[in-house]
Design a binder for this molecule. Structure first.
Ligand SMILES: [Zn+2]
Length: 448
């Protein structure tokens, strides 16, 4: 069983990670529409030069226009330039309302308005990067089989659903998906809808049923799928089971493509043999991004974190250091590679000397002005962040490979149990609780 491994494009600085650990690691890239509106030339070059042959999807990001305006404004109170550009391209009703009034379902009460909006949104996805790529010099030197400029799928415009807004937005989303499926040339791109929902929706049986039923009647090929801020490490059993149930219903016995836009190891397992492939694939950002809020809440202070492979979680460097030290895994490099990680990045950073483990946590102290005066805060260096990231990407690739190739459910379940047993006494029960929960969800017959 193969598990599609996609990445979400973040910033141009991260381009190089799309060929790490190796070219061909990723099946595709999801690009946010505001980036495509803002920097089409750079993105076309990225697709041709960094990812020749990699499939791409443009997420139309239409939900951005429904949120309180603060979410899309810059510090000066003006709409962010990339969002304004996108609004101009999509036309009405967003063009004249952006930065003033959030979009409501009533803005689409005229079917003609919705139809035109869907058309603009699909035209943008079809043409924006394709035209740039066709113009590019690099394209002339590519083999014919690498000349695929159409997006893998066109995504119907969509809005974010919560329990209290489902009645208002779901009919609009369904109408938009129906129109989009009629307008899309399915010989060039698949026809996708996007399901972006609150945690309340995934835990509500009736809400899930309505969404699944609504889309099952449409002639479409798949979905982008995103549950707001669902952190698999801290999620409850009800939330994780709800996620599986909703994904499974959308997947329609494997007929349709379902890509979780922001998922971690639980989703990877769900896409593989353990979860009976209820997801086709899982995406994450090159800068981790295994869960994300629909309305961004702004970044905190960056902290160096080391991904502990057997816990499938990123742990603050200082905590990782304490755990590994207590367990005796920092006695020498061989011990570390045997017990923690032997990936190419860890081998190269340690270079045979366990003292080099500190390179995953090195930082520089900066003075920051805060409300109550100046504080001194340590920030990880660029090199530290890069080391942590490369180790993470190495392990991520391995997770997809193991979950896909290991058809034996018992082995995958045992891996979770081993992680729990190994880390419980040194990292604490809470640090391993998610492994126990995931195991119980994937093996309900063996509740432990
Ligand atoms: Zn490693």
């Amino acid at each position: 069983m193969s598990i599609e491994h996609w990445m979400v494009f973040g910033t141009f600085a991260e381009q190089r990670h799309f060929e790490y650990p190796a070219k061909g690691t990723y099946d595709g890239v999801v690009i946010n529409a505001n980036m495509a509106a803002h920097a089409p030339g750079g993105l076309a070059a990225f697709l041709l030069e960094k990812t020749a042959g990699m499939q791409y999807i443009i997420d139309p990001l239409t939900h951005a226009f429904q949120h309180g305006c603060k979410a899309i404004l810059n510090k000066e109170g003006e709409p962010k330039s990339s969002i304004r550009r996108l609004a101009e391209i999509y036309g009405e009703p967003v063009a004249s309302n952006v930065g003033k009034i959030p979009i409501n379902p009533e803005h689409f009460s005229d079917e003609k308005v919705l139809r035109k909006f869907v058309r603009q949104c699909l035209d943008f996805q079809s043409n924006q990067l394709k035209e740039q790529m066709v113009k590019s010099k690099v394209a002339k030197y590519l083999d014919d089989d690498k000349r695929e400029f159409h997006p893998y799928a066109l995504v119907a415009p969509y809005f974010y659903l919560t329990e209290s807004t489902l009645d208002d937005w779901l009919p609009k989303n369904l109408d938009a998906a129906l129109i989009a499926s009629e307008l899309t040339d399915s010989s060039k791109s698949l026809r996708f809808a996007s399901i972006v929902v609150s945690q309340g929706i995934v835990t509500d049986t009736e809400a899930r049923r309505r969404i699944i039923e609504g889309y099952s009647k449409l002639d479409i090929d798949g979905f982008l799928f995103w549950v707001d801020a669902l952190d698999e490490q801290t999620a409850s059993k009800t939330e994780l089971r709800g996620l599986l149930a909703l994904a499974s219903g959308l997947r329609k016995n494997g007929e349709r493509f379902v890509l979780n836009l922001h998922g971690g190891y639980f989703s990877i397992l769900a896409a593989g043999a353990l979860g009976n492939g209820v997801l086709t694939g899982v995406a994450h950002g090159p800068e981790f991004g295994e869960y994300r809020e629909v309305v961004p809440v702004g970044g905190g202070i960056p902290i160096a974190k080391y991904y502990i492979p057997q816990l499938h979680s990123r742990v603050r460097y200082r905590d990782a250091l304490r755990i590994f030290r207590a367990a005796g895994w920092l006695d020498d490099a061989d011990k570390f590679h045997a017990e923690v990680c032997n990936c190419a990045e860890c081998q190269s950073v340690l270079d045979g000397d366990i003292a080099n483990f500190k390179k995953f946590g090195e930082g520089t102290v900066k003075s920051i002005r805060r409300k109550h005066g100046i504080v001194r805060i340590e920030f990880p260096t660029g090199e530290t962040k890069l080391r942590c990231l490369r180790h993470y990407l190495q392990r991520k690739k391995r997770e997809y490979d193991v979950a896909a190739e290991e058809a034996n459910r018992t082995i995958l379940l045992n891996n979770l149990r081993e992680g729990e047993d190994k880390f419980k006494s040194i990292a604490g029960l809470d640090a391993v609780a998610h492994l126990r929960l995931w195991r119980s969800i994937f093996s309900p017959e063996e509740e432990t």
